[in-house]
Design a protein around this ligand. Structure first.
Ligand code: HEM
Length: 406
């Protein structure tokens, strides 16, 4: 049997707890052709160049196996994360109208006290215990509650959309079946999630609330096809709970491995801003954009030509630890200046929810550091979820001596 390539080793669950030495090996050939003809890009400069290159498409209909599946079984239109300009830019702009600058610059800041209240209640729930699972008891319920409130999704529907959300995540996991199989499954799940969103959109049209979906459907300046709105709202719901959970959990794990930083956070609350940026570089939740882009032309990069039509994977986590860009990249340093990590991507698809994710994680880690007395890890490394691209612990058991009042 052929020896596993470096990229295959990275995808292998056995290396989930610490893929970083493999990323370092991978970077020696920053634009590496794989046996299946796709390219894996792992150098910071090369990833950044491709994220800003209009010859690199995010439209998965340019990938023949996916185009064939879509033709066989039409479903909801692609969400804007999977579209190119001009459709991408138009839909993103409309979705952003009630979420951030320039129309709603205060929206995220205005959520601070509500998020803090959720954080406080969750940590209050630790009282009387000496051990919790940071994932189940904190890092998962926090972003889910926040995204539900933001979108106007009833919190009690969580078991339904949790199942769809997990299924969507599986369909972008390169270790689960072939591209065509994943696309088939994705079509089914997107249809179910879209039908749920349709009920919600109808309800918000009839009785608008104080949420993002109501704001969008009642704004006469917004001209968005129903299918595009359903796809975009589904993406926000999934993105809103499958990524921030990992940033908060990776954050607590990293702080417990760096007790001096944890201690500084208790006395220097402002340090949490640099800490969260450094986490996005050092332990990013989105490690790989796997088989997500394709070349619309021959692209010359780092002495290699990526031929037109090739599928491209971007190893963001490898780029953010590239020593050619970041001095001493394997050191966790919350004081790092000039920290333009790739944790939220870059270019036109730069994370739509970055400001919200930053705020939630800053409040979460700041309060965990301040209120937990004597926290320690029960197992290091913790057990990981299977997905190599959206990477994070399945559980993070932490013991502590006491919980300080809010
Ligand atoms: C720590 C948490 C998060 C991380 C690490 C993260 C990371 C990313 C990354 C790397 C991308 C770029 C994808 C690409 O280039 O193909 C992205 C895009 C996106 N993210 Fe996030 N994300 C997070 C939280 C969120 C939240 C909370 C939301 C929703 C409120 C969200 C919504 C989106 C959307 C809609 C896009 C697509 C943007 C576009 O195509 O223009 N993300 N995110």
């Amino acid at each position: 049997m052929a020896e596993a390539s470096l990229y295959e080793q990275i995808l292998d669950y056995a290396n989930r707890a610490d893929p970083y030495p493999l990323y370092a090996e991978l970077r020696k050939d920053p634009v590496a052709r794989q046996a299946d003809g796709s390219y894996v890009v792992s150098g910071y400069r090369e990833i950044l160049a491709l994220l800003h290159d209009p010859r690199v498409s995010s439209d998965v209909r340019n990938i023949p196996e996916i185009a064939a599946e879509r033709e066989a079984q039409p479903s909801l239109p692609s969400s804007f994360i999977r579209l190119d300009p001009p459709d991408h830019d138009r839909i993103r702009r409309m979705m952003m109208r009630h979420f951030g600058p320039p129309h709603c610059p205060g929206r995220i800041d205005g959520m601070t006290s509500g998020i803090m209240e959720i954080v406080t209640n969750l940590i209050d729930g630790f009282a009387g215990k000496t051990r919790v699972d940071i994932v189940e008891d904190f890092a998962y319920p926090l972003p889910v509650t926040v995204i539900c409130e933001l979108l106007g999704v009833p919190r009690e529907d969580e078991p339904r959309f949790h199942r769809w959300s997990q299924a969507v995540i599986e369909t972008i996991d390169p270790t689960t079946g072939t591209v065509a199989e994943r696309e088939r499954r994705s079509t089914e799940v997107r249809a179910e999630l879209g039908a749920y969103m349709k009920e919600l959109v109808d309800a918000h049209r009839r009785r608008p609330g104080d949420d993002l979906i109501s704001a969008i459907v009642t704004d006469p300046a917004i001209d968005l096809a129903l299918g595009d709105l359903l796809s975009a709202a589904s993406t926000l719901l999934v993105a809103g709970h499958e990524t921030t959970v990992n940033l908060i959990t990776n954050g607590m794990l990293t702080l417990l491995r760096h007790p001096r930083v944890l201690d500084r956070l208790r006395h220097e609350p402002d340090l949490v801003v640099g800490t969260v940026e450094e986490l996005l570089r050092y332990e990013p939740p989105v490690q790989l954009l796997s088989l997500r882009r394709s070349a619309l032309a021959d692209i010359e990069i780092a002495g290699t030509t990526i031929p037109k039509g090739s599928v491209i994977s971007l190893a963001l986590a490898a780029g953010s630890r590239d020593p050619a860009r970041f001095p001493d990249p394997d050191r966790f340093d919350p004081d790092r200046r000039d920290n333009q990590h790739l944790g939220f991507g870059s270019g036109i698809h730069y994370c739509f929810g970055a400001a919200l994710a930053r705020l939630e994680t800053q409040l979460a880690l700041g309060e965990l550091a301040r209120r937990l007395v004597g926290p320690r890890l029960v197992a290091d490394p913790p057990p990981y979820r299977p997905n190599p691209g959206l990477r994070g612990p399945r559980h993070l058991y932490v013991e502590f001596d006491d919980v300080l009042p809010a």
